[in-house]
Design a binder for this molecule. Structure first.
Ligand code: PHE
Ligand code: NA
Length: 452
């Protein structure tokens, strides 16, 4: 049974894909990764990775969704059958569903922190805070399982509600409302950071290239980030691609997604570092950059509490539009395969992911230093989820590239891509050889580092 959902408007796929792509990866992860890995050097490797791995696999994944017109698991089952390929390719669908479940579980917990900070900023709880207070306030949030669970529950329920309302009534309408507002907020934040922060220092920090900063760790981080930020290898874009009208140019849309995602990450990075430098704070705080350093920078500036609250609303909105793209592929599968209603399917996915998310919640407090995972693997549950993410997404992406590159016929690719012969051959060469080789190489080199 194939889906009979098609996006209502020509631009909706792009809107939905950008909604999926732009999220915590751009606003939270990219800036701190760049901060930790040498700014300009990281940016350079990141852009190279996007070109040889990100764009080709992005095209491949949307293509598989659109040509199968089914949710990822059923879609891969259908495609492997119609191409006389091994049933093993269906595992692309299963891997991506597992990745969606796992990513949503911790993504929701972290997005919940933004809920907390929106509230803290609005009530002025952090006004006059100093570095010590900002840091201890973050620590006490992490130390509270009940508070973390509350925010986690609110966030995942809101995301589930939108998907539960349906592809058109929930996802399309939600995005059409949310995305322009998020763009407007981003512009406001950028303007504010130019006015009150130290933008030249931020530009210097993010864009100055020092070749000695190039490192293998940087490349590893860039590769992981390009999968995460583009929502690759977990079925989100396959599921959305299944609803994409046939006449829209796939390659042009994919390029637009990558450009927008990268520009948003850059703007967020520049704005955040301008504020951090403007307040003379440390840019290399790591994951705490957004939740410790940035709030501090805001409250030191005129009107900062309000602008800070608006910033955290941006983070929340961007995270919700990503979270719904993690729920949709699995929910669509449950509807197709088991004839459940949409409400039942979404509820099942959300409850499973919520429960798994409790492991992340506890890894910041009751299980922070000793847990069943620690004893077994030497890392806590949150680190385990992150590790699984960085295995599942590249693995899924690798298989997507190989299937699209080797199993699909030239005619099918022509029909979907409808681009010039030259581009078509370039893309096919990339997904057949270059992207898989790059992913495999980074993978193999990374394995000794995991226990190290
Ligand atoms: N791309 C999203 C971000 O940058 C994260 C995400 C990953 C969304 C996987 C969907 C699927 O935040
Ligand atoms: Na992103």
């Amino acid at each position: 049974m194939s889906t009979n959902n098609i996006w209502t408007h020509k631009g909706t796929f792009l809107l939905a894909a950008v909604g999926s792509a732009v999220g915590l990866g751009n606003l939270w992860r990219f800036p701190y990764l760049a901060g930790e890995n040498g700014g300009g050097a990281f940016l350079l490797i990141y852009i190279v990775t996007l070109c040889i791995v990100g764009v080709p696999i992005l095209i491949a994944e949307i293509l598989l969704g659109r040509s199968s017109r089914r949710s990822p698991i059923m879609g891969m089952r259908f495609l492997s059958r119609t191409h006389n390929a091994s049933r093993a390719w269906e595992s692309i669908g299963w891997l991506s569903a597992a990745a969606a479940l796992i990513i949503l579980s911790f993504y929701s917990v972290i997005a919940g922190w933004a809920l907390h900070y929106t509230w803290r900023m609005l009530t002025g709880a952090l006004a006059n805070a100093d570095a010590e207070l900002a840091s201890s306030s973050f620590q006490s949030l992490l130390a509270s399982p009940s508070l973390l669970t509350l925010y986690h529950t609110l966030f995942i329920a809101a995301s589930g509600l939108i998907v539960g309302l349906g592809v058109h009534r929930g996802i399309e309408n939600g995005l059409r409302l949310m995305m322009p507002a998020l763009l407007a907020i981003l512009v406001v934040i950028l303007a504010y950071s130019v006015m009150h922060g130290n933008m030249p220092a931020a530009v210097d920090f993010l864009l100055t290239l020092q070749l000695s900063d190039l490192s293998f760790e940087g490349w590893l981080a860039a590769m992981g980030q390009s999968f995460f930020t583009l929502s690759l290898g977990m079925g989100a874009l396959m599921a959305y691609g299944a609803y994409m009208p046939g006449e829209i140019s796939l390659s042009r849309t994919a390029l637009a997604i990558v450009v927008i995602d990268t520009v948003v990450a850059l703007i967020a990075g520049l704005a955040i570092f301008a504020l951090v430098f403007g307040a003379s704070l440390d840019p290399a705080e790591g994951p705490g950059l957004m939740f410790i350093t940035l709030p501090l920078a805001f409250v030191e500036m005129p009107g900062g509490s309000l602008v800070g609250a608006v910033f955290f609303i941006l983070v929340l909105g961007a995270a919700i539009s990503s979270a719904i793209s993690m729920i949709e592929p699995v929910a669509a599968f449950l509807v197709e395969r088991f004839d459940l209603t949409r409400a039942q399917s979404v509820t099942a996915m959300v409850i499973a992911s919520w429960t798994l998310g409790l492991l992340t919640v506890f890894s910041f407090n009751v299980w922070s230093s000793d847990s069943p995972f620690h004893d077994l693997l030497g890392i806590n549950a949150f680190q385990l989820m992150e590790l699984l993410t960085h295995i599942l997404m590249p693995l899924g992406g690798l298989m997507v590239a190989l299937f699209a590159g080797w199993a699909l016929t030239h005619g099918e690719i022509m029909k979907e891509l409808r681009t010039s012969e030259g581009w078509l051959h370039t893309w096919r060469f990339l997904v057949r050889f270059i992207s898989p080789a790059a992913v495999a190489f980074v993978f193999l080199r990374a394995i000794p580092q995991i226990d190290g």
